[in-house]
Write a protein that binds this ligand. Structure first.
Ligand code: PXL
Length: 275
């Protein structure tokens, strides 16, 4: 069984980060080892959230793993709390990385042209440094704009997306994937660029007029889980994009209006059999 180490916060209420990555990766038949970076009462889109930073636990936990000789097939980082934690991730990549370990960085820090409340420009620059250490990166257009210094646009064409991918590629990852790419009326999806082949891959599906927190985490967890199952990265993107869109549609139909997250639990059986 493949083993993924995922490093992100735990938001106790508000489905995102580890509360999505752990069940989704496990459901895909891949072992999920977790390293929680902080415990929050809720994700940061609620008001008045509490946060206990766990940076001081990262050293002792990883030292123990080193003594145990643990190896990971992939390391997947998501929402991190501080610049210091990004530095700690660089150390973690050098301690546990290598030819047999895929480094997957989702620089989760913003959306719709804005950084999340906990972050600033210095944090975005630091995330660009982390992306430089990765094999695969999956920023959305907002995060890519902050990391590359490009202007954030609501409306754009293919040339803008390719320029952004080219600047992401310059950061250093082998495959750069931009999420939330909408190049046709009524559609949205992803576009990736692979340095080794110089190939682009665009996949779009129906645009659903709704935004929920944690959809990026659902998408990333599926991509890395499917890659670990042996899927080509392009197929992994297609499955993740389709499944995320489907889950948003299902969530929209829920009369309880769970506005703090998507009902990924309801669509799990379909994810398991997705091809
Ligand atoms: O996935 C995004 C995310 C993860 N973790 C925390 C967040 C958010 C988005 O708002 O606040 C704590």
């Amino acid at each position: 069984m493949k083993r993924i180490l995922t490093v992100q916060d735990i938001s106790c209420l508000g489905k995102c980060s580890l509360t999505i990555a752990l069940p989704v990766i496990s459901a895909l038949g891949v072992e999920a080892v977790i390293l929680p970076t902080a415990v929050l009462s809720t994700h940061t889109m609620f008001n008045g959230w509490t946060c206990k930073d766990l940076s001081d636990q990262i050293g002792p936990i990883t030292e123990h793993w080193k003594r145990e000789g643990v190896k990971f097939d992939a390391i997947y980082t998501g929402y991190l709390g501080t610049e210091e934690q990004i530095e700690q991730m660089k150390q973690l990549f050098s301690d546990f990385g290598g030819d047999d370990t895929l480094i997957f960085v989702d620089p989760a820090m913003g959306d719709k042209g804005k950084l999340y409340p906990a972050f600033d420009m210095a944090y975005a620059k630091k995330n660009a440094e982390l992306c430089a250490c990765a094999d695969i990166i999956v920023p959305n257009i907002t995060e890519a704009a902050f990391m590359t210094g490009m202007e954030y646009r609501e409306e754009y064409d293919e040339a803008y997306v390719k320029e952004m991918l080219s600047r992401l590629d310059e950061l250093g990852a082998k495959i750069s994937i931009l999420t939330g790419v909408s190049l046709e009326e009524g559609k949205t999806g992803v576009m990736g660029y692979e340095r080794a082949t110089g190939e682009y891959y665009l996949y779009q599906n129906k645009k659903i007029d709704a935004a929920y927190h944690g959809t990026g985490d659902l998408f990333s967890s599926i991509v890395i889980g499917e890659i670990m199952k042996g899927m080509d990265w392009r197929d992994a993107l297609r499955i993740a994009a389709d499944h995320t869109a489907h889950t948003i549609e299902v969530t929209l139909k829920n009369p309880a209006e769970p506005w703090y997250g998507v009902d990924f639990e309801a669509t799990m059986p379909e994810l398991i059999s997705a091809k």
